[in-house]
Design a protein around this ligand. Structure first.
Ligand SMILES: [Zn+2]
Length: 74
């Protein structure tokens, strides 16, 4: 698995001040069967508490397109 760092801002997802946690988002290109083969599944991306809601709204897109769009919205 990749480390739990936000794909947008690169921060560790757990916010010690607020206690908020980020989450893994499964995007349209997520394939659970690849977990065993390559160690980290395609399309499974971590976001911090600040970005996870916006990421969840884009989960019907492939992960690469969603990340590009989220970064452009900063
Ligand atoms: Zn973030």
């Amino acid at each position: 698995m990749k480390p739990a760092l936000c794909a947008i801002c690169g921060l560790a997802a757990f916010n010690e001040k607020t206690g908020q946690k980020g989450d893994w988002i499964e995007f349209a290109d997520y394939r659970e069967s690849e977990v065993i083969v390559i160690g980290h599944p395609e399309g499974l991306v971590y976001f911090c508490a600040r970005h996870v809601a916006a990421a969840r709204n884009l989960r019907l897109l492939p992960s690469d397109q969603a990340i590009v769009r989220l970064r452009s919205d900063l």
